[in-house]
Design a protein around this ligand. Structure first.
Ligand SMILES: Cc1cc2nc3c(=O)[nH]c(=O)nc-3n(C[C@H](O)[C@H](O)[C@H](O)COP(=O)(O)OP(=O)(O)OC[C@H]3O[C@@H](n4cnc5c(N)ncnc54)[C@H](O)[C@@H]3O)c2cc1C
Length: 414
């Protein structure tokens, strides 16, 4: 800890996609911005399947440099328990995610932000004086203490500010939410036609799914998310040894020099936190609980919530009002833009209440290409279901079907 106080308009906690973009957007708005990252380097260990849609890049006005793109892909192929395959075609990218995160933070630094690696936020106290004037933040790292008018919490699933800030002196700002475990291996010489393969196979991934996400040079991330946390690695190993993936060799990803070839992390699945802002505080990305319910993508939501956070922080700072009331603009912005979490979650729950057989019958009623299903398409699915298995209607099949629609890029699915 240094003797002198570091002062800034905005302190961004965490240099993942949410934090990198928050720092970039704040700096572009002329705010003095500091971004801190707990790790000694950005982006590792990678805890992501690494895919992002073209729609996300357009929505975020991101022009990806070639070096962060591993492979261009054509969309998602969903594979049901009986092997039935359906596609959600929409173009996108598989990234070298650690390079993407470094690139976006470099952009922030070029726009004027200061980056402090190896800095971990451990405490936050309200600065003296009324009305609210900012936070005095302390932690591990020689630039602490740091005083900021607004703190943007982009600390991912750690959601550090939700734990540190206690509005009534006792209870934390937000209770800890539920998480699922995700794990993957990098495999070599994996055959692909450029689709992301998502297997909804509950016998391996309970209330989750498995994936093959192709990368360049025949590499692929093969992994799973599951609510059965203790079985995560065993289930993934079994899946690989029981399928054609058993023929592919495992390798250590380029960013990893030694240790287990498995890598992953946890993903919030309780939905947006009750409070995503407070006096001088805005939560973005996983730290706010923003993930897409069915396939659990979070990068698009993290990057976009960072845009809303920077916009709100800049307005509040220029008006000299940093109170929770003023920052409620942030909640209005994301609520108006992000898809209805509760509704999609009900669809996901309905999907996982189906038996493997029922899921497969449902899948055979879908058109081969699910991305453009309009009202007529959905009515056709309904008709086919009625003919093949009318009892499925009583199993909330319609919400289950809608959950797939909401997994598209335009609904922040990826
Ligand atoms: C196995 C797996 C696969 C996934 N696949 C995909 C996918 O293909 N596509 C997709 O869109 N999403 C995917 N996700 C989700 C995605 O990774 C996250 O939603 C996304 O990274 C969230 O970004 P973020 O910036 O909010 O948080 P993070 O990327 O988690 O970044 C948070 C940063 O904050 C730092 N930090 C934490 N605490 C502190 C502290 N106290 N002080 C300073 N720094 C701190 C961390 O070190 C980290 O660098 C996957 C997740 C997992 C686990």
């Amino acid at each position: 800890m240094g003797d002198e106080m570091t002062v800034c308009d905005v302190l961004v906690v965490g240099a993942g996609p949410g934090g990198g973009n928050a720092a970039l957007q704040c700096s572009r708005k002329g705010l003095s911005t500091i971004i801190i990252e707990d790790h000694a380097e950005i982006g590792t260990p990678v805890h992501c399947g690494e895919c992002i849609s073209e729609i996300a890049c357009q929505n975020l006005e991101l022009t990806l440099p070639e070096e962060v793109i591993s492979k261009r892909v054509h969309g998602i192929r969903v594979i049901f328990p009986d092997g039935t395959e359906k596609r959600l075609t929409e173009e996108g990218y598989v990234l070298e995610k650690h390079l993407f995160e470094r690139w976006i933070t470099d952009e922030a630094v070029s726009a004027g932000a200061t980056l402090n690696l190896g800095h971990k936020l451990l405490s936050m106290e309200r600065a003296e004086g009324e009305p609210f004037s900012g936070w005095v933040c302390d932690g591990k790292g020689d630039q602490f203490p740091i005083t900021a008018k607004v703190v943007i919490d982009a600390s991912g699933v750690a959601a550090v500010c939700s734990r540190l800030v206690k509005p009534d002196g006792e209870a934390p700002l937000n209770q800890k939410g539920k998480v699922v475990a995700g794990m993957q291996y990098e495999l070599l010489e994996v055959p692909t036609d450029g689709y992301l393969d998502f297997y909804i196979w509950p016998s391996y991934a309970e209330k989750g799914y498995l994936w093959m996400i192709p990368k360049c040079d025949g590499r692929a991330n093969v992994g799973l998310v599951t609510e059965d946390k203790p079985r995560t690695k065993k289930a993934l190993d079994e899946f690989i040894s029981n399928t054609h993936f058993s023929e592919s060799e495992q390798s250590l990803p380029s960013w990893k020099e030694k240790g287990s070839p498995a890598f992953g992390g946890t993903i919030p699945i309780s939905g947006p936190f009750e409070r995503t802002h407070y006096d001088g505080l805005i939560l973005v990305g996983d730290a706010a609980g923003f993930t897409s319910p069915l396939f659990e993508g979070g990068s698009h939501l993290a990057l976009k919530s960072a845009v809303f956070a920077a916009h709100t922080a800049a307005n509040a700072i220029s008006e000299g009002d940093l109170t929770s009331d003023r920052l409620s603009e942030y909640a209005r912005l994301w609520k108006a833009e992000f898809p209805p979490y509760g509704k999609i979650l009900r669809g996901k729950t309905a999907l996982f209440e189906l038996s493997d057989d029922e899921m497969s019958v449902m899948a055979t009623c879908f058109p081969d290409e699910m991305s453009g299903m309009g009202i007529t398409g959905k009515a056709m699915v309904g008709l086919r279901l009625l003919l093949r298995k009318p009892t499925l209607y009583f199993k909330r099949i319609v919400p289950a079907m809608l959950a797939f629609g909401y997994s598209r890029a335009k609904y922040y699915g990826w």
